[in-house]
Design a protein around this ligand. Structure first.
Ligand SMILES: [Mg+2]
Length: 114
């Protein structure tokens, strides 16, 4: 499967729309960011339960739903892509800009501790 940032955004948003997640006109950016954060929390919960040695393991639950640490990371990205699709945000441009800028930053960004 070949995937681009743009195809990720289009598929994520089309699927979300087709499943009714954009039927509510009151959906707002704050709620969408909270949902992105909820997927980060799900990844944390997998890590808490399974531990570091198992974060590469994925499985299917009894209903056939994919589960696992990287599945939750995928959910984070899918939700970000869905948001970008709705508001026609150029995520690829921002990724390119920020990755390039990060290369110019000083070691530990000027001796920050964490
Ligand atoms: Mg999830």
């Amino acid at each position: 499967m070949s995937m681009t940032i743009e195809s990720l955004i289009q598929e994520s948003h089309q699927t979300a729309k087709s499943k009714g997640w954009w039927d509510d006109p009151d959906r707002n950016v704050g709620e969408l960011l909270a949902l992105i954060h909820s997927e980060v929390s799900e990844a944390l919960e997998v890590y808490r339960v399974k531990g570091k040695d198992s974060i590469s393991e994925n499985w299917f639950d009894e209903k056939g739903k994919p589960e696992g640490f990287t599945v939750e990371l995928a959910d984070v990205i899918i939700r970000i892509a869905d948001l970008c699709g709705e508001f026609e945000l150029d995520l690829e441009e921002s990724l390119t800009t920020k990755l390039s800028y990060n290369q110019t930053r000083p070691y530990r960004h000027g001796n920050k501790k964490a």
